[in-house]
Each structure stands twice: as C-alpha cells, then as structure tokens.
Write a protein that binds this ligand. Structure first.
Ligand code: GDP
Length: 444
C-alpha cells in the first residue's frame, strides 16, 4: 500500500468513528482494528502494530472518560501521537560542524539509491555554505565511478575516485585525506551496495569504516522493499552501526511500512527522504510533519523549508507565520509559488487539506484547480486579501460576488476559505516554533 493510501485509510477510520452516532467502545475498537489492518497491509511489523494498538487503547480509556470529554479530539490526538512515536527513534541526528572536516559514509543495498543520494546530500550541504565533496569507494560495480562523476559534475561538486585502483579501502582513504587537506567540510564517501548474505562485502565495508573514521554513517534504505527492510537494516546496523537512515523512493508506488519498521527496529533516525530522481528531490525528515503529511494534514514546515530553498518571494508570509498570522493574501502568494515550483502533486501534499482535495487528480487537473483558486483571490478587495478571512462570515453576499467575478462557483470560494481557515489555524500553532526553526536552520 502506498504511504499516502495508508494515511487516507487511517484518516477515514478516524473520521468514520467521529461521525458514528454512538461513539462507544465498540465503535472505537473497530477503528483501532481498521488502523492496525491498514498498517499491517503496508508491511509494518505485526509486533509494532500490536504495541501501537495497546498504546492507543491506553491513551483513550473509555471506562474513565466522562461524558464531557471531547472524545473525538482525544482519539485523533492519540492516533497521531502513537504514529509519531512509531517513526520517532528518540535519537538526535548528527549535526555537522562548520570549519571542520565532517566525513559521512554511505552504506546500503545495491540499487537503493546510494549514489544518487550522496550527490543530493552534498548539494544540500553545499547550498548551506558547507564546502562539500564526494569520494567514490565503489570499485566493485563497473560504472559506479562514472555515475558518481556525472552526477557530481552536474551538481558542480568536486569528486574523487579511481579507474585503476581496485581496493576500495585505499580509494576511500586517499580521497578523504586529499579532501581533508583541501579543507573540505563535508566529505561524503559512497561505498558499493551489498546484501547481508555477502560476508566479504560486509567485511570490506567495515574496513572502509575503520580507514576513513566517519563522523556519521548513513544507511540508504529503499522504501519500497517491504518486509525485507527490517532484516536488512538489522544486518547493516550490526556490521556498520549506522547512525542515520535516508529513506529513498518515497515518491514510488509501493508500500512504505517496511521502512517504518526498520526505523523502529534499529532505533535510528531517518534524517532525509528521497522524493524523486532529481538532485533537488531530498527532504528533511521530522516525525511530526511526516505523520501530518501521511494523514493529509499537510506539512507547513516542509513547505516553508522548500519555499525558502527556492528563494521565492515569500518574505511577508514568513514574517506573518512567525507572528502566528496567515492572511488570505498569504494563501494566494503560496498558491502562486506552488505553480512555479511543480511537480504539483508533490507540493500539494505539503499544504494542509490540499492533498485530500487533490487526490485522484493528475498534475494538469491539479494546476487548473490551483489557477481557479488564484482567480478567486484576485477577485477579492485589498482589505479582504489582507484579512484573516473572518469578514466573509458577516458578508456572505461577497462570496457570491467573488464567485461571479472570478468565474467560479460559490462552493469553490467556500472551499478556498475553509482551506485558508485551516492554514491560519496551523500558522497560529506554529507561532514561536518558526523562530526556533529558523534558528536551527541557521545552525545547520
Ligand atoms: P545505488 O546502486 O544504491 O547507488 O543506487 P542509485 O543511486 O544508482 O539509484 C538506483 C535508481 O534509483 C536510479 O535509477 C535512481 O535514479 C533511482 N532513485 C534514487 N533515489 C530515488 C528517489 O528518491 N526516488 C525515485 N523515484 N528514484 C530514485
């Protein structure tokens, strides 16, 4: 099951329950069961699902709930919190230091996306003013060095490798030494892919690790490998004790639950998500936004991150969100930015509610929908655009006028205002959090 389908099913189970006329223990048990089934079908380990089920039941103790308690919110919160716990390893990811050589070694199965991710990560750090480079210690696969060379050249990242030296330990050591002398700050070492059955290759990986003494070892995990993910990651963890995971191909169409189990089993944080084949398709991972996005609640921080990295014009919106404000104009500016950012389906997932609204649409239909939303905003007055949207409640006639003026329907205008209300609510919650986030980004 695709991760977004998993999210939709969990969401549906929770909403069915809250709509049910008798919100009793039986209905609650039915919801918990449906959530568990969805997780198991997505390859999340049965043991983890059982523990999640018990935790949700404990968090919502029906017998002790008074009638005044808002059961629906309590249940939603419990489900959200438990899903966050499932993907949160409670371990801090590694933070490279400026002015120092930070060596990062990549390990993983062949085809997991290691080489691609090495370059994405080097570029990511490069964009954050770290002097970054790549070392290709994969002498096993013919063409590996060529592939890294091509990627690195495209991303303008200095690289090191050898076409003649067959010992990867030597190449790794030489490359790291050379770049350390040249005062590089992020030195990423790519190693060859291996299977847990291949003891020789595992030994070699350990030797490379001894030779280059990485500050961080990252395992690249293909999110589509399902049930095998847990066993593979345990084997790598035992041999190379990696400190972080990059989950790749999260844009793909296969189950992602195996990867969730791998994280839980190795107590290792996912630090990034690979979201496509392009160099820029790398996202920071954080448990809460991940679950929010999974459940179609959007990922405002991810959106802000992305917008920042693209250096689009969004100064006012950033300032507003930091103050806990989100005007209709902010929504319009963000919609316009999204049109520039494409691919739409990916970006839409970051806006609360929009992923549900656009599910089942292809990029063309989605962009038409967005354009209509922008037409609606463009038919508003300055005062309306800069408002918090509440004035429409007092003046419903304006909704009809705006629909007519923009060539859309009343329903569409109402949907846009609902969308805005949800985002404004999230902006309010993020107040304060944004300032911390910006501080953290400055420190990266
Ligand atoms: P390696 O053998 O582990 O070094 O894997 P590669 O870096 O060669 O990647 C294997 C394939 O996966 C290539 O076709 C990549 O373009 C593709 N790939 C890597 N990361 C992603 C991702 O996040 N999303 C998608 N869709 N494809 C990816």
């Amino acid at each position: 099951m695709v991760l977004s389908d998993l999210g939709r099913r969990i969401n549906a189970a929770v909403s069915d329950l809250s709509r049910s006329p008798t919100l009793d223990e039986k209905a609650f048990d039915g919801m918990v069961k449906e959530i568990c089934n969805a997780l198991i079908e997505s390859d999340v380990n049965v043991r983890l699902v059982a523990s999640l089920r018990n935790s949700i039941r404990r968090a919502v103790n029906f017998k002790e709930l008074g009638p005044a308690v808002n059961k629906k919110r309590l249940i939603q919160k419990a489900v959200f919190d438990e899903l966050v716990k499932l993907v949160d390893p409670h371990a801090e990811p590694f933070k490279p230091r400026k002015g120092k050589a930070n060596v990062i070694m990549f390990v993983g199965l062949q085809g997991s996306g290691k080489t691609t991710t090495c370059t994405k990560l080097a570029r990511w750090y490069q964009a954050r003013q770290f002097k970054s480079c790549l070392v290709c210690a994969d002498t096993f696969r013919a063409g590996a060095f060529d592939q890294l060379k091509q990627n690195a050249t495209k991303a303008k990242i200095p690289y090191y490798g050898s076409l003649t030296q067959t010992d990867p330990v030597v190449v790794a050591r030489e490359g790291v030494e050379k770049f350390k002398k040249e005062r590089f700050e992020i030195i990423i070492v790519d190693t060859s892919g291996r299977h847990r059955q291949e003891q020789d290759l595992f030994d070699e990986m350990v030797q490379i690790q001894h030779a280059v003494k990485p500050d961080q070892t990252i395992m690249v995990l293909d999110s589509t490998i399902g049930q095998q993910a847990e066993g593979q990651s345990r084997a790598f963890k035992e041999a190379a004790d990696f400190g972080a995971i990059v989950l790749t191909k999260t844009d793909g169409a296969a189950a992602g639950g195996g990867a969730i189990s791998a994280v839980a089993a190795t107590h290792t944080p996912i630090v990034f998500l690979g979201t496509g084949e392009h160099m820029l398709d790398l996202e920071r991972f954080a448990p809460q936004p991940f679950v929010s996005k999974l459940l179609g609640m959007g990922d405002m921080q991810g959106l802000v991150d992305h917008v920042q990295s693209l250096k689009l014009d969004q100064k006012d919106t950033m300032k507003h969100i930091a103050e806990g404000v989100f005007t209709v104009r902010d929504l319009r500016d963000q919609l316009q930015n999204i049109m520039k950012m494409g691919p739409l389906s990916k970006m839409a997932g970051m806006i609360p509610g929009l992923s549900n609204m656009m599910s089942g649409m292809d990029d063309e239909e989605g962009s038409l929908k967005l354009r209509r939303m922008i037409y609606i905003c463009d038919s508003m007055t300055m005062k309306e655009l800069d408002s918090d949207g509440k004035l429409f409640v007092e003046q419903p006639a304006r909704i009809t006028r705006i629909a007519r003026g923009s060539g859309t329907s009343v329903r569409e205008v109402e949907d846009l205002l609902t969308q805005h209300k949800m985002m404004a609510g999230m902006a309010k919650q993020m107040k304060g959090g944004m300032a911390n986030m910006q501080k953290a980004q400055g420190a990266m």
